[in-house]
Design a protein around this ligand. Structure first.
Ligand SMILES: [Ca+2]
Length: 511
């Protein structure tokens, strides 16, 4: 019923506009002719529908590249009156428009009473392109007597059941609405309204409406509050764009739920992890005195347990040094193949849930490193330290987050604290690496963002740094080192455990 009523209102609005335009004749000359911009399409354009003269209103659009990421010098929402005079929304901005879509939200402005034509315009290589579709809106029409204070939309994945809510109030006296609902339209205007429309008495003191739940297919939707008063439907500003994006596939996962006693690869069905032989090299893995061995990384049925102890094989040296400890350092780099990794990826969401040991000289870490089989070497191939802890050199709740890339090594790090407790508790350490031209890397702990570096900041740090980050896929290392940066361990017998519940990598950044 809501859908039909709204469609009727849309038809009557269009009929009204046609009547308005016909006597004026040359409608094509009044509205700029749309021309296709190279590779940019508009999936959705939302414009005001209930604006009164002098009321501040906004607009937004969802645009998408048809092939690769397109850099536009400016994207804006242009507005013309019936005489062709320009009343564009403010807030034009440059943008990198990916194939997955980009939402542009214009700044707000006011309009005099009248009818307006709105469309998205983009500037590429100095040329402006006016894009279809065009939307008409009228300022100064009949008012419902109700305004929307806020419209809250869910974050929705395709097929996920979600609700929406809105706060409204009457402008002068209580308004009895026959129905209030939250409407949703796709780019073709087809209705996908949230269910749960109901009658309500809306006072000046405010009223909150929460819809019932529904699912959406992948796409973008124009969402707004609609109220029916005395038989007439009013579509109320503001409009919001709801975008449901395809689910983010997991590209690598080791849950470490294999058989108790199994090695790090148990449950994977293939060999992904190798014991890093770096301890035999000249710098013995960053000048540590720890010997890495397969038998020090063992699953317990739900976690990987890496044990650092004082039981090395003393017949073998750690580089030039006598090994004092044994532990494990797992790498995806296969040194029988020049270090080619069993898994690598540029960008995405990388996450591990871990419980670290506390103690002097311990250096647990979850980090990534580039591919040396390309012929390039560190630091050119890159390194992202998602989490490093250096034992008692810091407070027990401190971890370090660093990138090594570029030439010379940018060695760009900082520290953060876990949101609660200390590192001996279970925490999730993650990065979201948006590898697009204007992307970023955001570190988070327990889903709380703690550090972001943007492409612009990276390039300001060192010319070309973001391009270096973009072009070097990474693989994972997880280890429990002893000594090195963490300083010497105490003398005497020691046995410390680090647990890893899981390590997961997703194709796309989540923030
Ligand atoms: Ca697990």
């Amino acid at each position: 019923m809501t859908r039909q009523a709204l469609s009727r209102r849309l038809l009557s609005l269009l009929a009204g506009l046609a009547l308005l335009l016909v006597p004026l004749g040359t409608s094509l000359a009044l509205a700029p002719t749309a021309s296709a911009a190279p590779g940019i399409v508009v999936d959705l354009l939302t414009v005001p529908t209930s604006a009164q003269p002098g009321q501040s209103v906004g607009a937004s659009a969802r645009v998408r590249s048809t092939s690769g990421t397109v850099n536009v010098q400016a994207v804006t929402i242009a507005v013309r009156n019936t005489s062709g005079a320009q009343f564009d929304f403010p807030g034009a901005t440059s943008a990198a428009v990916p194939t997955t879509g980009y939402t542009f939200t214009a700044g707000s402005r006011t309009f005099a009473a009248g009818t307006y034509d709105a469309f998205v315009a983009v500037q590429i290589s100095g040329t402006w392109y006016n894009l279809d579709p065009h939307r008409s809106f009228t300022v100064g029409g009949a008012s419902s007597g109700v305004v929307v204070d806020s419209l809250t939309l869910p974050t929705a994945a395709p097929g996920q059941s979600v609700t929406a809510s809105a706060k409204l109030h009457a402008t002068s006296t209580t308004v009895a609405v026959q129905a209030v609902t939250i409407a949703a339209r796709n780019g073709s205007g087809a209705a996908f309204d949230f269910p749960g429309a109901k009658s309500a008495s809306i006072p000046t003191s405010g009223y909150t409406f929460t819809s019932a739940a529904r699912t959406f297919d992948a796409g973008s939707y124009d969402v707004f509050v609609a109220v029916q008063v005395n038989g007439t439907w009013f579509n109320l500003d503001p409009h919001r764009i709801l975008t449901t994006t395809a689910s983010n596939p997991v590209t690598f996962s080791q849950e470490f739920n294999g058989n108790a006693g199994g090695n790090a690869n148990s449950g994977l069905g293939r060999t992904v992890w190798f014991t890093d032989p770096c301890w035999k090299n000249a710098d013995s893995c960053n000048n540590t005195t720890v010997q890495y061995r397969d038998d020090h990384a063992v699953q317990d049925g739900s976690n990987l347990v890496i044990t650092a102890d004082t039981k090395p094989d003393t017949s073998q040296k750690c580089g030039p040094n006598v090994c004092t400890h044994a532990s494990a350092r797992l790498t995806m780099r296969d040194w029988s193949k020049q270090g080619a990794p069993t898994f690598e990826q540029a960008g995405g969401h990388w996450e591990a849930r871990m419980q670290l040991p506390l103690g002097q000289g311990l250096w647990p870490a979850f980090w990534t490193i580039g591919n040396p089989s390309t012929g390039q070497e560190w630091p050119t191939i890159g390194e992202i330290d998602i989490m490093e802890n250096i034992g008692t050199k810091d407070a027990a709740n401190v971890v370090h987050q660093t990138i090594h890339y570029g030439s010379p090594d940018v060695n760009w790090g900082t520290s953060a604290t876990v949101p609660s407790g200390d590192v001996s508790g279970w925490h999730t350490y993650a990065i979201d690496w948006d590898n697009s031209t204007n992307g970023h890397i955001t570190w988070s702990i327990d889903d709380q963002p703690v550090r972001t570096i943007t492409a612009a900041q990276a390039n300001a740090k060192q010319a070309g740094l973001w391009s270096a980050i973009q072009s070097h896929p990474q693989s994972i290392i997880v280890d429990l080192a002893v000594g090195g940066w963490a300083g010497p361990p105490p003398s005497g017998a020691m046995s410390k455990q680090m647990k890893v519940d899981y390590i997961r990598v997703y194709k796309n950044a989540m923030r």
